[in-house]
Write a protein that binds this ligand. Structure first.
Ligand code: FAD
Ligand code: DLZ
Ligand code: SF4
Length: 512
């Protein structure tokens, strides 16, 4: 009897742990398009199209490599609609002697896998996902006995483990390249006037992708987002092209303009590789080695390359470790007791705030926005208005092409909404319009005046920011990292403070 190896939609890697040691002649790989996964939130149409097309292309690549693939499509009339239902049908079809599977990326699906052994009465070998650099045991070992779980320290451990940008033969005892671990201070340059960002690569949909686009348009008409101009890579080869283009044209300025925002641009000097890394088409460590080689060859500066590597072996690994560390009820955290519904314009992009219209519009068009748009525009606005973090979480999970719960949840609930009370972030990521104005060209195109705090034309972020601080003074007033803004707030005269708070109240009332 064969071994059955289910391959989930974010496990599109040839070197998956479940495939290790498997004999292609005695193995059936099972890939399943199922309604539960396409609909557990209202995913952006392009996200569904990307995942289904990448799955179909990966199935072809696996067959080319000599594997037997049993592929169940979404429109199969017998489709059971869930991973467990489809594995049950496959067990009937193939009568396997055992199931081998790589651990799922989230609590919800991990629980399904755990139930299979009892349910089907055959051994189920759930293997760790070795595409991550740190094992969960390593993360737990690092986290135990620590008061604070700061990314920076975990990152240093990963630098030592990988030897990336480490001097000396022995990475464990070695020194960081250039003498510092982190060059973030060099990475806050505002939106450039002269430098033109590289042209985004586009991948014209082939026949297989066109079929998927048709299926998604017909079946997920009520989901947010657009399929028009769908141009994502859907194979490992295409994703590799995008990676090479980024290394050549984006990486050299990645650090400098990491936080910059420009009207009409969602890529800038970013890589737009997260969808491919997260679904398995690209290997995170390999990308870091490519970036390191660009530094060694003198093509990219240390601040850019260190910054890029930190996002991957630092942030990405850290949020993944944290996701499993904090447990499934993290999703219910609401430290600030925020309960406002997310405004309707998050699903339409229709607002006079130009920064928001830009970030939301790009998101609805492409299912992507870069980090600072997610954190300091849409995320900032949501925390300032006191939006319900569970609802904010759902929005991010459904709207971004790279969103799987393990990576999205800590970024949203912890980093962006401070709903975990400060496990990830040491202070809330909030700002007035001044920050957005400094880092972008948005305010010049806006009907609001970023310099004003009160009145018809005042930038809403200003009053909302001060009102947020005032509302939460008992929580953040003593936080040393918030000392400066509180000093400024308390220095304003009482009448100004009152007018600002009235302005914020008026705006919030207008949101309904
Ligand atoms: P680049 O700017 O080119 O960064 C390089 C790579 O670093 C990315 O491809 C990604 O793999 C990794 N990375 C960077 N920052 C992070 C981070 N904070 N956490 C994990 N990995 C990171 N990223 C996701 O992959 N999925 C999400 O659902 C997601 N949700 C987010 C929600 C919020 C509120 C915020 C603030 C950030 C979120 N991020 C998420 C992180 C980050 O915004 C995206 O990884 C990034 O914008 C992807 O675009 P890029 O590939 O061009 O990134
Ligand atoms: C996100 C997603 C979607 C939209 N559709 C599928 C699908 O039809 N089949 C599948 O195997 N995976 C899909 N996924 C990704 C899964 O939700 C993902 O593999 C799990 O979240 C893993 O934990
Ligand atoms: Fe955004 Fe305010 Fe600038 Fe308008 S003025 S773009 S609302 S920060």
């Amino acid at each position: 009897a064969p071994t059955l190896i289910p391959i989930l939609g974010d496990q599109l890697s040839m070197n998956l742990s479940s495939l290790e040691g498997a004999d292609p002649k005695r193995t059936v790989l099972l890939m399943m398009e199922v309604a539960d996964e396409t609909s557990y939130v209202r995913h952006h149409k392009a996200k569904i199209a990307y995942i289904l097309s990448a799955m179909r292309h990966h199935a072809e690549a696996l067959k080319q490599a000599g594997w037997t693939v049993d592929y169940v499509t979404l429109d199969d009339p017998d489709n059971a609609g869930s991973f467990t239902g489809e594995v049950a049908r496959a067990v009937e079809r193939h009568d396997p002697e055992r199931i081998v599977v790589t651990q799922a990326g989230e609590w919800r699906v991990a629980a399904m896998l755990e139930a299979w052994e009892t349910m089907f009465g055959i051994p189920v070998d759930i293997r760790p996902d070795t595409r991550f650099i740190a094992s969960q045991a390593e993360f737990e070992d690092w986290a135990k006995d620590r008061q604070e779980l700061r990314m920076e320290f975990f990152y240093r451990l990963m630098r030592r483990k990988t030897g990336l940008l480490m001097k000396g033969d022995k990475p464990e005892g070695g020194k960081p390249e250039g003498g510092k671990w982190n060059y973030d201070a060099d990475n806050r340059k505002p939106a450039p006037k002269k430098d033109k960002p590289p042209e985004p690569l586009t991948f014209a949909p082939d026949k297989m992708t066109r079929e998927v686009l048709k299926l998604v348009a017909a079946r997920f008409d009520n989901h947010p987002g657009s399929l028009e101009g769908f141009a994502y890579a859907v194979t490992a080869e295409e994703a590799q092209k995008q990676a090479e283009a980024f290394m050549a044209h984006g990486l050299p300025k990645f650090g400098d303009y990491q936080d910059a925002m420009l009207t009409g641009q969602h890529q800038l000097w970013h890589s737009v590789l997260s969808p491919y890394i997260n679904s398995g088409l690209l290997d995170p460590l390999e990308l870091c080695r490519m970036a390191e080689a660009e530094y060694e060859d003198g093509n990219a500066s240390l601040n850019s390359v260190e910054g890029y590597i930190r996002q991957i072996i630092g942030w990405r690994e850290y949020v993944r470790g944290l996701y499993w560390h904090v447990g499934p009820d993290y999703v219910d955290r609401n430290f600030l007791r925020a309960n406002r519904p997310l405004p309707g314009f998050y699903w339409t992009g229709e607002t006079d705030m130009h920064c928001m219209a830009q970030a939301l519009g790009q998101t609805l068009d492409t299912a992507h926005a870069h980090h600072i748009q997610r954190l300091m525009v849409t995320g900032n606005f949501a925390i300032l208005i006191g939006a319900d973090p569970a609802e904010v979480h759902r929005w991010y999970l459904e709207i971004y092409i790279d969103a799987y719960e393990w990576v999205e949840l800590p970024n949203v609930v912890g980093m962006s909404q401070f709903a975990d009370g400060g496990i990830i972030a040491s202070k809330p990521y909030v700002s007035s319009g001044a920050y957005i104005n400094r880092m972008s060209d948005y305010c010049g195109h806006c009907r609001y005046d970023v310099k004003q705090r009160v009145g018809e034309d005042a930038c809403p972020f200003n009053a909302l920011y001060w009102d947020f601080l005032a509302r939460h003074e008992d929580r953040f007033g003593e936080n040393p990292r918030m000392a400066m803004p509180y000093r400024n707030w308390n220095r304003m005269d009482a009448a100004d403070r009152k007018a600002i708070r009235a302005q914020a109240a008026g705006f919030l009332k207008g949101l309904g």
